[in-house]
Design a protein around this ligand. Structure first.
Ligand SMILES: Cc1cc2nc3c(=O)[nH]c(=O)nc-3n(C[C@H](O)[C@H](O)[C@H](O)COP(=O)(O)OP(=O)(O)OC[C@H]3O[C@@H](n4cnc5c(N)ncnc54)[C@H](O)[C@@H]3O)c2cc1C
Length: 354
């Protein structure tokens, strides 16, 4: 006897997921869900995927002005990074790193394996994004419940108002203060987490030189004053030969200068670079990462409101790093796959056509 499926049962629709943000966490979540048969759509306010794994171009130079490199300690992430390396979108970077403490500079011998995207930091995210459905230039301002409808969630964007697609599940990967606004009318579970997360800014300055800078290292951790990290961008593989440096300020200094004019910030940070032995650049640009990092990141991996099918994955829930963000997305996806299959009304219903 052939048993016929209940045609009103929302099999496919239970698997529709909207993801706000196409950084590494949103992409890793989307990829895992898609591979499990979910129908996933991503929305990002940017012109491209990859979020804070970012690259800025000027004339014929490029700068990794967000994430500088990534490390891999988790076995699953190590496998993913090996895939990136084999595909040619990532490589090891083995810089000479100095450490500036209160007194003097020393070389670090931390034996950490540092990877970078090839030829810039956006390529691992672009690699994951292949085959996914992504809406760029789409800033999600709110989510709404569709009365008497299924799937129940829709999204509203700044650019196009209420969007056509609707979803059974919505996931946010955006900074905690913005996630609070999106979930505040619907999920006390999630806003109970997001509202206490403090996220700090980071000022970045990108420097171009016509001549080589006379510093005896490729990068330095700076444990004094306003700077915390400086790196010769073109010491990374496949960055070309133009002499380029990136400076990052500490989160404390950046927070105190959030409203300072970019030119004042650049002047102050370049002066610090000179103090470390650097030279005056021929050109420079600045960028403020308004929500660069959670101080400190939570230790939750992801957050899931199972009553409402709403979730969050992001680096600020796990380690505050590229690896943490990728794992956060992956683990949330696995949780959703399991949680929805437990509730699937057709789970124990036999049909040869399923
Ligand atoms: C200056 C700096 C240096 C760093 N250095 C390192 C490092 O060396 N090593 C390391 O491992 N990590 C580093 N990080 C951290 C690393 O970049 C992040 O952990 C990781 O990229 C975060 O990924 P994510 O997907 O969680 O968030 P994001 O990459 O921020 O992705 C979120 C996405 O959401 C989008 N978005 C935001 N609001 C909306 C909205 N309303 N609607 C639609 N889309 C929206 C954004 O455009 C973005 O693409 C650094 C970060 C910064 C800022």
């Amino acid at each position: 006897m052939v048993r016929v499926m209940d045609s009103t049962a929302p099999k496919l629709k239970t698997k529709s997921v909207g993801i706000i943000g196409a950084g590494i966490s949103g992409l890793s979540c989307a990829k895992t869900l898609t591979q499990a048969g979910f129908i996933v759509e991503l929305f990002d306010k940017g012109r491209n995927v990859s979020g804070r794994m970012a690259t800025r171009r000027n004339d014929d130079s490029e700068f990794d002005h967000g994430a500088q490199y990534f490390t891999a300690t988790d076995p699953e992430f190590k496998k993913e990074v090996a895939k990136w390396v084999n595909t040619g979108v990532a490589q090891l970077w083995t810089p000479d790193i100095s450490v500036f403490g209160d007194k003097q500079s020393t070389k670090t011998t931390d034996h950490v394996e540092r990877f970078v995207g090839i030829p810039n930091m956006t390529t691992p995210a672009k690699f994951i994004s292949m085959g996914l459905s992504i809406n760029l230039n789409t800033t999600i301002e709110s989510i709404c419940i569709r009365p008497q409808s299924y799937p129940r969630w829709s999204l509203k964007s700044k650019e196009n108002g209420t969007l056509k697609s609707s979803f059974n599940t919505v996931i946010s990967t955006i900074p905690a203060p913005q996630a609070t606004k999106i979930f505040k009318d619907f999920s006390p579970v999630l806003t109970g987490i997001t509202q206490d997360v403090k996220m700090s800014g980071t000022w970045a300055v990108m420097l171009n030189f016509n001549e080589k800078v006379d510093l005896k290292f490729d990068a330095a951790f700076v444990n004094k004053g306003p700077l915390r990290w400086i790196a010769k961008n073109n010491s990374k593989p496949e960055r070309g030969s133009n002499e380029t440096w990136v400076l990052h300020a500490t989160s404390e200094w950046s927070e105190l200068h959030l409203d300072s004019p970019a030119e004042d910030v650049a002047d102050l940070l370049i002066k610090e670079f000179l103090g470390l032995g650097g030279s005056l650049p021929d050109q420079h640009q600045t960028h403020l990462w308004r929500y660069a990092e959670a101080t400190p990141p939570l230790d939750m991996t992801f957050a899931w409101d199972k009553e409402n099918n709403l979730g969050i994955c992001a680096d600020w829930l796990h380690k505050g790093s590229v690896e943490g963000a990728w794992l956060s997305g992956r683990k949330l996806a696995e949780n959703i796959i399991q949680s929805l299959s437990e509730r699937d009304p057709l789970k124990n219903f036999y049909s040869p056509y399923r």
